[in-house]
Design a protein around this ligand. Structure first.
Ligand SMILES: NC(=O)c1ccc[n+]([C@@H]2O[C@H](COP(=O)([O-])OP(=O)(O)OC[C@H]3O[C@@H](n4cnc5c(N)ncnc54)[C@H](OP(=O)(O)O)[C@@H]3O)[C@@H](O)[C@H]2O)c1
Length: 240
């Protein structure tokens, strides 16, 4: 079984790669920086994972096309694609993105990675996924993209005017893909890792990257007939 994880050089993506590797998957470590990619591949191999590096910047058409060609050459198909690469965009004090002062360039760059990057990568990998017996796509989202939670007065959520809507958009896209894949063997779902201590959060957060990886790993390895077009976290379904 062959998997590709984007943004797999560190954090949650690295642990998704490690987890899929421990289940016997051959794992493509998608990462844009050569040194960080090679370090991660070496570390995964030392842990017994059959890992290979995939140069991949999800914001770059040519890079994504080249990544698909590399996987075609090395493996000829793809069983699981995990769209994990993501950015928060610049934050103001208190980890807030104030919509009334939002820099449109920040918004553009967040959407380019978190939304367009997923479409770009998914569509480039689809011909390879269609060759697998049971293709799985996982979009690593966030519960801050849940409009139900954002509007629930009992839940405390930071104001993140670029990042949170990028994940709402990603969730909505996941549904559109699931509808398009209806009647095929492709399952696509969104995963929330919870609040995880990584570079992304300044290493604040109660969960480890390994815990954050668990739902994405589960969704990447769903049996045939499993759910599609849904949004999950450890405890079950996240409301839209
Ligand atoms: N940490 C949390 O609490 C949390 C909560 C909810 C959702 N998430 C989501 O979980 C995912 C992983 O986050 P994390 O916490 O593991 O963050 P992280 O440690 O900052 O890792 C992010 C990864 O994405 C990669 N990346 C960023 N832009 C990229 C691009 N254009 N092309 C390819 N790779 C790119 C980074 O590569 P570089 O090393 O080259 O920058 C890095 O490997 C993200 O989608 C994030 O939104 C995280």
């Amino acid at each position: 079984m062959i998997a590709l994880v984007t943004g797999a050089n560190k954090g949650i993506g690295y642990e998704i790669a490690a987890g899929l590797g421990s289940l016997g998957y051959r794992v493509g470590v998608g990462a844009r920086d050569a040194a960080r990619r090679e370090t991660a591949v070496e570390k995964l191999r030392a842990a017994g994972v059959d890992a290979f590096g995939v140069p991949l910047d999800v914001t770059d058409d040519q890079s994504v096309t080249d990544a698909a060609e590399l996987i075609e050459r090395l493996a000829g198909r793809l069983d699981a694609l995990v769209n994990n690469a993501g950015v928060s965009g610049e934050m103001g004090p208190g980890w807030v993105q104030d919509p009334t002062a939002l820099d449109l360039e920040v918004l553009r760059s967040v959407l380019d990675t978190n939304v367009m990057g997923v479409v770009r990568t998914t569509n480039a990998m689809l011909p390879l996924l269609r060759r697998a017996a049971s293709p799985r796509i996982v979009n690593v989202s966030s519960s801050v993209g849940s409009l139900a939670r954002q509007t629930d007065p009992d839940i405390e959520m930071p104001i993140m005017a670029a990042y949170a809507p990028s994940k709402s958009f990603l969730n909505a896209l996941t549904v559109q893909y699931a509808r398009q894949f209806a009647g095929t063997n492709i399952l696509i779902n969104a995963a929330c890792p919870g609040l995880v201590a990584t570079d992304f959060t300044g290493f604040q957060g109660p969960r480890t990257p390994e815990q954050g990886a668990a739902t994405a790993i589960r969704l990447a390895t769903l049996p045939d007939g499993g759910p599609t077009g849904s949004f999950f976290e450890d405890d079950g379904v996240v409301p839209w």
